[in-house]
Design a protein around this ligand. Structure first.
Ligand code: JB2
Length: 213
């Protein structure tokens, strides 16, 4: 019985996020053949070789590597590079890390990283290229846009809506039914009790807009 029953996959990025992603992909049953990085210096990342820059991706696709995972932590960059992977014809699977609990009713887009211990409850929708990081919680009926990042240990109560590319940092808490706009950053440990607009950085308890981005 092979221990990589899902087949071959290439990972984009060789930084901290990629290390965790590679370990989770292996755990899920993927054969991670290597990763690409803006810095092509030969080295390994979580035990797999850095193959070169993203210029290598077209060749890998033509050689039969069918799957790719964009493991870049920066939301806008991840969305853009993820789109390039789609254009190159890669399939973009999502995965659940060890110990994650995800309701079977959750609609999960392409290239979504659900990290170890994350919990996602009934009827939530998760957009393409989102990260639900370690031990984060998204309760029922949440709507998360494309390339959203819910940081480690953050907790979103029921019916919370988060716009595209927003980052809810480590340990935030968001009360039910709040709406957070697109391209917004909510600083670590903040408590969101009022809606937040797009394109701002907000933090504190209660979270207040500090400035526009
Ligand atoms: O366009 C690119 C590109 N731009 C930067 N293509 C590819 N293939 N790689 C790119 N990079 C590479 O991403 C950089 O050369 C660098 O090796 C890597 C970013 O690594 P870093 O460790 O700085 O960040 P990260 O994105 O892996 O992780 C961040 O986000 C995670 C969600 C960190 O803040 C982590 O702590 C966090 N958990």
């Amino acid at each position: 019985m092979p221990n990589d029953p899902l087949g071959e996959i290439v990972v984009i990025g060789a930084g901290g996020h990629a290390k965790v992603v590679i370990e989770c992909l292996r755990h899920a049953g993927w054969n991670v053949i290597g990763c690409t990085d803006a810095d092509p210096t030969p080295r390994s990342c979580a035990g797999v070789p850095v193959i070169g820059t993203d210029d290598a991706l077209g060749r890998l696709r033509s050689e039969g590597v069918a799957n790719a995972f964009c493991a870049l932590g920066a939301n806008r960059l991840r969305e853009r590079v993820g789109g390039k992977l789609q254009d190159l014809g890669f399939a973009l699977p999502s995965y659940q890390g060890p110990g994650a609990i995800v309701s079977s009713t959750v609609r999960i887009g392409a290239g979504v990283a659900i990290m170890p211990g994350a919990v996602i409850n009934i009827d939530t929708v998760i957009g393409d290229f989102a990260i639900i990081n370690t031990n984060a919680n998204v309760d029922h009926d949440g709507v998360l846009g494309r390339a959203v990042h819910v940081g480690p240990g953050a907790a979103l109560a029921g019916e919370v809506v988060v716009g595209d590319r927003s980052f809810i940092a480590t340990g935030c808490a968001v009360i039910p039914q709040r709406r957070i706009g697109a391209d917004t950053i909510v600083g670590a440990g903040s408590v969101v009790v009022r809606d937040l607009p797009s394109g701002v950085i907000a933090f504190g308890n209660p979270a207040r807009v500090q400035r526009e981005l």
